[in-house]
Design a protein around this ligand. Structure first.
Ligand code: NAD
Length: 357
């Protein structure tokens, strides 16, 4: 196994003074990827491990740099004492993932000696985490303790949608409000259940047609549309819950929703898209604030007094207050909420602001 610092990392546009960027490779096992620690001012870095069939190493490196940076901002505004990190493993989980590969990857994480704690993400399941825990104590999301973070990510996104609805329509009541959900995987399907329970009208799309069919069979009232049409729906809320990069120059003019709020990470292809949404009077709820429930849940395992579900639920509910503050400052300063969120987060992790956790 080779574990080495990435050479010429400063030449990559997405590099943002990351504290540590490592490349690892074990040719025999077909194990290859990167670990990035963006910032650890608030505490040890944390962030999931993603396994994805990236086209090449550059694509994986860019992803780990972007995702680890977003984790720093997410931790800061979620009120947890952790910094941002992320890891990516290059490869199709369905083809190359096996116990030996996972255990060897866990040994790479051991080399960081607690500077980075990680857990599940796209391509890495709760069961995989249990396998890696046999080799390393630096994995979080233990079965029977915090477990799968996705229901908590869905819960925080649900609260975030309610704050968005209240901000735009004056009441957080979801009855007869309409929500279009792109991606009905772990987060999207739970979010669908929560919003349906409150009387919202739901429209869904997913590239997995079998998943769409099964969902509609179970919930005959929901509408299903093609993935290429989901952003065009005449709905109150567009909720990206797939793999990110959902809002781009190509589709921004076709969005009719008044609010964009979903569980996916990195929903905007770039910040200028966020500025344009603001000009178009579409409320974009910053993704890393909305979906922080999953993080809040798993890092609670690292608290000195052990995992406490009540504290987790309280912190998740607190996201509503954080978003209200962001909306208020956004109005006062006439700036997009996502820019305000970034500024608040930077003040917290750079130590210019003190926050109760
Ligand atoms: P998942 O893999 O369970 O679900 C993703 C779903 O999106 C799948 O059903 C997939 O078929 C669908 N999809 C993929 N590309 C699509 C496309 N182009 N159009 C429509 N559907 C598409 O993943 P998840 O755990 O639900 O995570 C979803 C998003 O939420 C990811 O961006 C993830 O980073 C983010 N997130 C997840 C958690 C968590 O705890 N799981 C926490 C915070 C954020």
């Amino acid at each position: 196994m080779v574990v080495e610092a990435v050479k010429n990392i400063k030449e990559i546009k997405e590099f943002n003074d990351h504290r540590l960027v490592l490349r690892f490779e074990d040719k025999k096992l077909n194990l290859r990827g990167f670990v990035a620690i963006h910032n650890d001012n608030l505490g040890p870095a944390t962030g999931g491990t993603r396994m994805f069939p990236y086209q090449n190493e550059k694509e994986a490196l860019v992803d780990v740099l972007r995702l680890s940076r977003a984790m720093t901002y997410k931790c800061a505004l979620a009120g947890v004492r952790h910094g941002g990190g992320k890891a990516v493993i290059i490869g199709n989980p369905g083809k190359i993932k096996n116990k030996e590969l996972l255990k060897n990857y866990a040994r790479v994480i051991n080399e960081l000696n607690g500077r980075f704690h990680t857990g599940e993400d796209v391509g890495i399941s709760e069961d995989d985490v249990q396998v890696m825990l046999t080799e390393s104590k630096f994995f979080i999301g233990r079965k029977g303790i915090a477990g799968d973070p996705s229901p908590y990510a869905a819960l925080s996104t649900f609260y975030a949608i309610k704050t968005g609805i209240a901000e735009v329509f004056g009441s957080e009541n979801l009855e007869n409000r309409s929500v279009a959900i792109k991606g009905i995987g772990k987060v999207g399907s739970e979010l669908m259940r929560l919003t349906l329970n409150e009387g919202a009208k739901i429209c869904i799309a997913d590239i997995e047609s079998a998943r769409v069919d099964a969902t509609q069979k179970k919930f005959p009232k929901i509408k299903t549309v093609d993935t290429k049409d989901i952003h065009r729906q005449l709905v109150d809320v567009l909720s990206p819950c797939a793999l990110g990069n959902d809002i781009s120059q190509e589709n921004i003019k076709e969005i009719h929703a008044r609010i964009i709020c979903g569980g996916a990470n990195n929903q905007l292809t770039n910040n200028e898209i966020g500025d344009e949404l603001f000009q178009r009077r579409i409320l974009y709820v910053p993704d890393y604030v909305a979906n922080a429930g999953g993080l809040i849940n798993v890092v609670d395992e690292l608290e000195k007094d052990g995992y406490n579900r009540d504290r987790v639920l309280k912190r998740i509910e607190n996201i509503k207050k954080t978003l209200s503050t962001i909306y208020l400052l956004a109005k006062q300063r006439n700036q997009p909420p996502f820019r305000i969120a970034d500024k608040l987060a930077e003040e917290i992790f750079n130590g210019n602001s003190h926050r109760q956790s």
